[in-house]
Design a protein around this ligand. Sequence first.
Ligand code: ARG
Length: 546
Amino acid sequence: MASLPSQLSARVQAVAGIEPELRPATRPEFGHFQSNVALRLAKSERKSPREVAADIVARLDVDDLCEPVEIAGPGFLNFRLRSSVLAGYVTGQLADPALGVEQAEHPQRVVIDYSSPNVAKQMHVGHLRTTIIGDCFNRVLTAAGHEVLPQNHLGDWGTQFGQLVEQILVERLDPAALDLVEAEELYKRAAAHFKDDHDFADRARLRVVALQSGDEETLRIWRSLVEVSLAGFNTMYARLHVLLTDEHLAGESIYNAVLGPVADELKAKGVAVVDDGALCVFVPGFNAPLILRKRDGGYGYDVTDLAALLHRVRDLKADRLIYVTDVRQGDHFAQVFAVARMAGWLPDTVSAEHVGYGMVLGADGRPYKTRDGKAMHLATLLDMAEEIASPPIALAAIKYADLSNGLNQNYVFDIERMVATTGNTGPYLQYAHARMTQVLARAAAEGVLPAHEAVTVLDEPQEQALALLLSGYGDVVAEVASTLQPHKLCAYLYDLAGTLSVFYERCPVLRSEGEVRSSRLALCAATKRVLAAGLDLLGIEALDRM
Ligand code: ARG
């Protein structure tokens, strides 16, 4: 079902010739939507904006949707939807499992690169953000009718594995018997050993070569390390209730065999040049080059991302590439995209976006660190939150805090504020949902729940306001699917919960009667479902009781 503003907008555009850019009215007396289309046309039509507005209104046929259109101030068009239309739309939403979210006209194959933790290291606060944000994108794009291909670009390859494997051999450890926490301890010992023991460092370097050339024993130890790490990551994914599974694993190691050819091809195309023994690409406007092959012949993060991009476009046939990482990797991805475009690997028909997120700060406003100065472990954060709230509420608190500000902003991890059921928090939305569940349950118990759910009466301004907001749900989801700004969905849900509570205060539901009561119960049911669906898109569980 096309949203009401989009139906209205199409009609106005047909007459005005340009997109009317409907905006929600700034005040109730201006109706529901406003357009400045006449002001924008006035200059080229050499008429006053009010004349242009009058022309448009004279030719416009929207009587079936709106009350008579008004011209206001310098020439704004004010639209007020008919109550019957609004009521009919919400009734339609109640019968629509998608609640008014439309399926994309041109579904895309969307690769989302997210989570991507590193083997032999516990996930930290940064991984919390990418995992939650990526999960939300996955849900929203899927709901909007796209095909999502998550890619968990695990850090499972590189020079650190030379050190890790050597350290395991030195200590005669059984790598399969480690857990992730122990693997991280091993990592620290290996790194220290590498720093102060030349012999060890040399052996570690040779070990990297052995790994890259497929030496059996080395690979076996490496695989064990990957497996114990994965078990740890999967525990976290289960705790976080995210959609990632082993099926989405696409770690750096899978590109090992193509890194040489990728580098060579960029050299042959004249995109890459040898600089001081290393094969590099200098992208205009950036300080440091991308390094495709180091002086010692080794391959690293940059070239791996080029190989991954090529695979995603060529083999996975992606139409859209999304990368969710820390904002500090912005330059890296801008360069990777630029190089891929130069090489002809990223055609104009495929978009590539890096979504950078800000840092999680402690109460002191500084990056959230452990006592030894490392980024705070994700497990610690979850433990802290679950100490003061039950797991579904703790998760709602954390996810909502993560998604409700502009993603590139830092936010303070203030768990007391985040779990509160008042204010702009996840638990507040869960509470609004639980409250409606209770109201509907009571109506069912009293035998007054209508058999056919329909919104038929919108006489009160609070009923109108709620219905208008409900009818905007599909558009908000579509907007987040295109702009990747989940805070807009958060703001919408917060607004919805607030409007619901004003409605519930002013308009008695169970204490009213007849058609008014059934219509209000239908409004409650629609709001409950939109809250549940919206929370689900944020990865948050809608609770029935709190
Ligand atoms: N493993 C990296 C990290 O923990 C993130 C990888 C992001 N994805 C990518 N394709 N580079 O910082």
